[in-house]
Structures are given as structure tokens and as C-alpha cells.
Design a protein around this ligand. Structure first.
Ligand code: LMR
Length: 330
């Protein structure tokens, strides 16, 4: 009898350890945008690469469109370990206590994606990701979306056209200052609530790259869209630190490789996704598109020039100067 019990215990122990070995590591990847956007597509690409590279030992579950958590909640969920991976926009890191990420919100800071990449791919970008460790998260990569455009239910050609409008912003003090400099009233709101707020007239306008605008059907509720490219929208992909550091090192290495490839993919599709979305907005026939002329662009730049000076205390004058040096390098 004793012998039988011993065999039974051995069999159970063996099967539970075999099960434990086979049980995949699950990465829940939550985000707030549509699957058909640069971030949505890069998340799926990461899933494919990660699962292939680890022979299925890792399973990545992607939850788009705020299905699981909304803007602020996803940061809290990550810190609590309720999700393993998120990719908030760089404008949403203030609540984590790293306001310097708002440097990416400064109007007309980056002339194009190449200048931007010199910052994110270089020592400044690496140092910024490193600082996140103190907040219980690990920064893995910067992902691109693109340059933002203004929209409203009136033509927006000159800065004064925004005057008096209630403009939805992300939770960034720099974006708040930007809207105030234009005489608009900034209203912070979660991404998933913007369409309804525009429809109900709670806000009059917004700013986002074309891909985010089109995939949220904002062309149904905004009659004018100005290609102003006045600011950058990108993301930092972050993971829960305890989860990441607890992974077997071969798995972590494979995931780092998958992330590197997914990041290159995101950078390679961002511009074309936004170009395609802009054409789709035009083709909808519901929203008039205006591309700023050079004279208009100069006027917007002048109207927003004081924002970076005003924000020096928040972001750090040194960081702003360091980024300017990299951006302006020949
Ligand atoms: C927004 O809230 O407007 C965007 O940051 C959403 C996103 O993640 O692209």
C-alpha cells in the first residue's frame, strides 16, 4: 500500500513538473489604438516574432483599442503586474514621474523622423529608457507613429484659428502649454473617449497623426484637418521589471531580438501608414484637408516658439539643449 502511494506521488510530481515546463510564459500586451495603425501592426509583428523565436515557449496576447485598460490605467496595470507589456505614447509618462519624456511633445522640435531617430537611437534615448527602471519598469524600445495634425470643425490655417477652441490633449504639460500659447483651451482626455467627446461637442478639436484620426473615424465628426506636422507622436515599449528580470536569460535574449526587429518594422511602416490614412481621410469626402504653406508654417512656429522656454524647468534646459544639438547636427 505504502509502495503504491509512493508511486502515485512520484507520478503526480513528474506530471506537474512536465506541465510546468510546457506551460508557456504569457505576455499580455495592452494598447489603446486600432490594430490597423503603426503601433497596432508592430504589436502583432512582435507577437509573431517572439512566439517563433521562442518556439512557442512565450505566448503574446495583444489587446488593442483599450479592450483591457485605458490610458492611465494601463500604466498602473503594468506596475501592478496585471499586464506585462504596454506601449504608451511618450506624452503619457508624466504620471510615472518622468516628465522629461514630454520633451518629445515640444512643438516643431523634430524636423523629420531621421532627426528624431538620431535622438531615440542614440545615447539620449538609451539614457531615457534606463531612467524608467527606477519606476519599476524596463524600457525596451521607441516605436514610431508620426507627426501630428490639428483638426476641428472650422478651417485652421493660421494660429489664431485655434483661438477659443476646446482642444483635446493627452496628459502632458507641454501639450497643455502648446494649446494655451495658441489661445485654445486644452482638455485632457483618454484616447478612447475622444470620438464621443467630439461628436457630443464636449471638445471642438484634437491633434493626432492621420493614422489615429482615421482609424477612430474622426472624419465623421471633424470637418477640417490641417497637415501641420507641428509635433511628434511616438511610443516607448515598456515591460514590468520584475517579470522581465525573472525571465530565463535565453528567453529574454530572444525577446530582445524580436523587439529589435519589431521596432525596425514599426519605423519602416509608420510613414506609409500615415500617408495611406491621409488619403483615406481625403477619399471619405467628409473632412477638408489643408496642408500648411511655408508662410503659414512660419507663423505657427513663431506662435509656439515660447513653449520650449516655458517648459525648461519641467523638462530640463540641458536635455532640451542636448536634443537640439543632435537634431541640428549636419
Ligand atoms: C492619443 O492618446 O492621442 C494617442 O497617444 C494614442 C496612441 O497611443 O497613439
Amino acid at each position: 500500500m505504502k509502495w503504491c502511494s509512493f508511486l502515485l506521488v512520484c507520478a503526480l510530481a513528474w506530471s506537474s513538473s512536465a506541465w510546468a515546463q510546457e506551460k508557456p510564459i504569457v505576455i499580455r500586451f495592452s494598447h489603446v489604438v486600432a490594430p490597423d495603425t503603426p503601433k497596432g501592426k508592430a504589436a502583432v509583428r512582435f507577437k509573431e516574432l517572439a512566439e517563433r523565436a521562442t518556439n512557442g515557449r512565450v505566448r503574446v496576447q495583444v489587446y488593442p483599442n483599450s479592450e483591457l485598460y485605458r490610458d492611465r490605467e494601463e500604466l498602473e496595470a503594468l506596475q501592478l503586474g496585471a499586464v506585462e507589456m504596454i506601449a504608451p505614447s511618450l506624452s503619457k509618462f508624466g504620471p510615472l514621474g518622468v516628465r522629461e519624456f514630454e520633451v518629445f511633445d515640444l512643438p516643431f522640435m523634430f524636423p523629420d523622423a531621421r532627426a528624431l531617430h538620431r535622438v531615440t537611437d542614440g545615447p539620449i534615448g538609451r539614457d531615457m529608457l534606463r531612467r524608467l527602471r527606477l519606476k519599476g519598469v524596463v524600457g525596451l524600445a521607441f516605436w514610431d507613429n508620426g507627426f501630428k495634425c490639428f483638426s476641428a470643425n472650422r478651417p485652421l490655417r493660421m494660429p489664431a484659428d485655434l483661438s477659443g477652441l476646446r482642444m483635446r490633449i493627452q496628459p502632458s504639460r507641454v501639450l497643455d502649454a502648446q494649446m494655451r500659447a495658441l489661445g485654445a483651451q486644452p482638455m485632457t482626455m483618454r484616447f478612447g473617449e475622444v470620438y464621443a467627446a467630439l461628436e457630443a461637442g464636449v471638445v471642438d478639436g484634437t491633434e493626432n497623426p492621420p493614422s489615429n484620426f482615421f482609424t477612430q473615424d474622426m472624419q465623421d465628426v471633424q470637418s477640417h484637418f490641417t497637415v501641420s506636422n507641428h509635433g511628434y507622436l511616438g511610443y516607448a515599449v515598456i515591460v514590468n521589471r520584475k517579470f522581465w528580470e525573472g525571465l530565463p536569460s535565453d528567453i529574454r535574449g530572444a525577446l530582445e531580438d524580436a523587439m529589435r526587429d519589431a521596432t525596425a518594422y514599426a519605423a519602416s511602416i509608420a510613414q506609409e501608414e500615415n500617408d495611406r490614412a491621409l488619403e483615406a481621410i481625403r477619399a471619405s469626402g467628409k473632412t477638408r484637408i489643408h496642408v500648411l504653406t511655408e508662410t503659414e508654417r512660419v507663423a505657427w512656429k513663431q506662435a509656439l516658439a515660447a513653449v520650449s522656454v516655458e517648459m525648461e524647468n519641467l523638462i530640463g534646459a540641458q536635455l532640451i539643449a542636448d536634443i537640439r544639438r543632435v537634431v541640428d547636427a549636419p
